[in-house]
Ligand binder design. Structure first.
Ligand SMILES: Nc1nc2c(c(=O)[nH]1)N[C@H]1C(S)=C(S)[C@@H](COP(=O)(O)OP(=O)(O)OC[C@H]3O[C@@H](n4cnc5c(=O)[nH]c(N)nc54)[C@H](O)[C@@H]3O)O[C@H]1N2
Ligand SMILES: Nc1nc2c(c(=O)[nH]1)N[C@H]1C(S)=C(S)[C@@H](COP(=O)(O)OP(=O)(O)OC[C@H]3O[C@@H](n4cnc5c(=O)[nH]c(N)nc54)[C@H](O)[C@@H]3O)O[C@H]1N2
Ligand code: SF4
Ligand SMILES: [Mo]
Length: 694
């Protein structure tokens, strides 16, 4: 028997639309959904390795309860009832004695996020956090400070752009399939690519212009670009006059930041910056300065992300073809979005979040996501109150929060740690209870509301039944809620029920997704009128260069640039990033992907390596203030002498994941837990490390 099912990939959280081919109950092929523009049937290597995840016999097959000490890795296989009863019996007294807020749930934003939030709201806990701040918290805050929208509410029309500037946004390795295809289409039509990175990535090799910037100095570069654009009046005057507040303040501010000044800071020739400003302004407004995710990550990151979006605003590339746009929801077509469990009425929550987001101590990060890297110190200092339990749901705090030793010390204090995972991740290995989720090919999930130029809804559909004794996350949380007395907030018995409940009032039914894997509210692409129709959500209804969000909270809109120090002698600035073959910390044990890339190496500039007596392939010791490790050196001219680079996600400690166990080094062991305390991102590239031969 053969069948074809439209679904959503989850080898990473981009959730590309896919088509799954099933023969005699086995998945034998997965490809991109041909009906979705930009997918063109393609998948990235990780998406294609979904089959290898499904058939991996090292994933968690049954609910497990720890028997030895935490981290020893001794577990007892138990039934679902026993595991769920165990968790509920531990949680009930914790909630009674310390309040619902003593439970934190950390998750990667996902389709079940509305279920997680509901679980916590029902017990009066504000303490759900997502990966968002760890990934791009300051991008989110920067966008809200300028436009009143989060970055997630904005999109980029890459396929029609004429010039794309990327600050370490390594599109051809840190992949989103549609974006890669759209960029290739645009480049085929003559679009120009400018790429800036202290390291030569694959994206660098495809760019028309590549600058090996001194690490951490992108903000200086941007101030110089703004300087030239304003001085030479290269901006879109009509757009700026209509929509921008604070142009003259910006003009005064960037006056001292000349290209010659920036050359000294960045190492990029002044003439090259002037040339870029002139060239790009010729094709405005069909240009994009990409606000990115990672790249330069420092305590002043919010100002860097703001500078990128200020450049776009000066180019008028907001709500323009080949520029940025605001994602349009079903309301624009007279439709209704899928319902979420969070729309129910809940008891009032009377305490601040564990990370203090939304209080005067940490006013600006997005409270819908929180700031995960605050968790270790919140637990250790019992500030603002004691935290007793953690559920890690598709999130690994040991590898994804900087300073693993600190995180471990904090987790030791907890009375209960539960993981909802598919793999023996490091956090699963360290947990008291592991509740195994079915993989994305084995489960139906909540609706994906996809706003964009065309509002749509997508559905992840079960392609094959679970191979092992696993369940869907939304069912697992409901079954715990049933046991702690909050089951009434979960009005479903299975995933089809939940999806049907979500679709009520939208005019669509679950079967409507059969034909193409998605439903659309309308046919047209919606762009607002750039002259008069853009609905900015700032208090002034304009683009706020001079930001009320920042200034009302006591921060400056334009603080002076602070020089980025070079590392001390024999030290480097540690910078990290993703491999094209792996997803963060999730896929290192995947049989196919492990075969392609099983460990990380440490990139070191050839001249520096020679000074230190290090040759390519040598084992070296890398050490920071907070940790150290041993790793193979990759000696090359392709990296700036001040930087040393490694892929994130390696160096797993979980012995049950035998292919990834102790392969390479975990970057979180080395990186200090420092944050941008305005925007919310971790300053992942603020740590200096020493490197020496072993
Ligand atoms: N040191 C350091 N820290 C970082 C970064 C860095 O570069 N360096 N990058 C940051 C960024 S950009 C991000 S986005 C975050 C990502 O942080 P995470 O979300 O923690 O990373 P992932 O690898 O996406 O997923 C983590 C867990 O999800 C599990 N998982 C995968 N699929 C499923 C599933 O279907 N169901 C369930 N229940 N579990 C599943 C995996 O086994 C893994 O344990 O990390 C951030 N933290
Ligand atoms: N294959 C793959 N693709 C992914 C993911 C994945 O895990 N694997 N994850 C997805 C997610 S959640 C995210 S957030 C994105 C991340 O996508 P990107 O933001 O492209 O992230 P990274 O791979 O971390 O690449 C960061 C780059 O910044 C460079 N860099 C370091 N310091 C500086 C600096 O000071 N200035 C500049 N200009 N560059 C610097 C690094 O050398 C590195 O090449 O990728 C997404 N796509
Ligand atoms: S980018 Fe790759 S791994 Fe991520 S969802 Fe798309 S196909 Fe899957
Ligand atoms: Mo991310």
């Amino acid at each position: 028997m053969e069948k074809e099912i439209y679904s959503l990939c989850f080898m990473c959280s981009v959730r590309c639309p896919i088509k799954v081919y099933v023969k005699d109950g086995q998945v034998n092929f997965i490809e991109g959904n041909q009906h979705v523009a930009g997918m063109e049937g393609s998948l990235c290597p990780r998406g294609s390795a979904g089959i290898s995840l499904l058939y991996d016999d090292e994933r968690v097959k049954d609910p497990m309860i720890r028997v030895g000490e935490r981290g020893e890795g001794h577990f007892r296989k138990v039934s679902w009832d026993e595991a769920l009863d165990y968790v509920a019996d531990k949680l009930k007294p914790i909630i009674e004695e310390h309040g619902g807020h003593s439970l934190v749930i950390g998750e990667r934003t996902q389709l079940a996020t509305h279920v997680t939030k509901t679980f916590l709201k029902a017990i009066k806990s504000p303490n759900q956090f997502t990966h968002d701040a760890l990934c791009k918290g300051s991008v989110n805050t920067a966008c809200r400070s300028l436009f009143g929208y989060t970055d997630a509410q904005m999109g980029m029309d890459v396929g029609n752009t004429k010039h794309l500037v990327l600050y370490g946004r390594n599109i051809f390795e840190s992949v989103q399939v549609k974006e890669v295809n759209n960029l290739m289409k645009a480049m085929g039509n003559g679009a120009e690519l400018t790429y800036i990175d202290p390291r030569v990535t694959i994206t660098a090799t495809k760019a028309r212009r590549y600058w090996m910037i001194r690490p951490g100095t992108d903000l200086a570069l941007n101030y110089a670009l703004i300087h030239v654009i304003l001085k030479e009046r290269l901006y879109d005057a009509e757009f700026v006059n209509r929509w921008v507040i604070g142009l003259s303040e910006l003009q005064d501010f960037v006056n001292p930041y000349t290209p010659e000044w920036a050359e000294k800071e960045t190492g990029i020739a002044a003439g090259a910056m002037i040339d870029l400003a002139r060239r790009i302004s010729k094709v405005k407004p069909n240009v994009i300065f990409n606000f990115g995710y990672r790249g330069a990550n420092h305590p002043d990151e919010i100002y860097f992300r703001r500078s990128i979006m200020i450049l776009n605003s000066l180019m008028g590339s907001v709500e323009s073809k080949g520029g940025f746009f605001f994602k349009k929801g079903p309301g624009e077509e007279g439709g209704k979005p899928a319902r979420k469990l969070t729309e129910q009425k809940f008891p009032k929550i009377g305490v601040p979040r564990f990370d203090k987001v939304g209080t005067p101590d940490f006013p600006l990060p997005d409270p819908n996501h929180g700031v995960g890297q605050m968790l270790p110190n919140a637990i250790l200092n019992e500030d603002p109150y004691p935290i007793k339990a953690l559920i890690a749901f598709r999130f690994d705090p040991l590898m994804s929060i900087p300073d693993t030793n600190l995180t471990k010390k904090a987790l030791e204090k907890l009375d209960l740690i539960v993981s909802i995972d598919i793999n023996y991740s490091d956090i699963a290995w360290y947990s008291d209870v592991i509740l195994p989720e079915s993989t994305y090919l084995e489960r139906t999930d909540s609706i994906q509301q996809m706003n964009g130029p065309k509002p749509q809804m997508f559905l992840r559909r079960q392609a094959v039944p679970p191979r092992y004794n696993t369940r869907e996350g939304a069912m697992i949380l409901k079954q715990i809620a049933d046991r702690i007395g909050t089951g009434k907030y979960f009005p479903y018995e299975n995933m089809e029920d939940l999806v049907s409940w979500q679709l009520e009032g939208t005019g669509f039914k679950i079967d409507d997704f059969d034909a193409k894997g998605f439903v659309a509210y309308g046919k047209r692409k919606i762009f607002w009128d750039r002259k008069d129709g853009i609905k900015f959500k700032t208090p002034s209804k304009k683009i706020e260069f001079k930001s009320s969000l920042l200034e009302d909270a006591g921060f400056e809109s334009f603080p002076s640039y602070e020089h980025m120090p070079s590392p001390p002698k024999d030290h480097f600035r540690l910078v990290v990033g993703r491999s094209a073959i792996h997803t963060h910390v999730s896929t290192q044990n995947n049989p196919y992907l492990n075969e392609l890339c099983s460990e990380n190496t440490l990139w070191i500039n050839s001249k520096k390596a020679e000074e230190l007596g290090i040759s390519d392939g040598d084992l070296v010791e890398i050490a920071s203030k907070v940790g150290k490790g041993t790793i193979k050196a990759y000696v090359s001219d392709l990296i700036h002498p001040e930087a040393t680079f490694m892929f994130h996600g390696f160096g797993h400690e979980s012995e049950r994941a035998t292919r990834s166990y102790q392969k390479g080094v975990n970057d979180s062991l080395l990186i200090e837990n420092i944050s941008d305390m305005i925007g919310g991102s971790p300053a992942l590239h603020q740590t200096f490390v020493s490197v020496k031969p072993v």
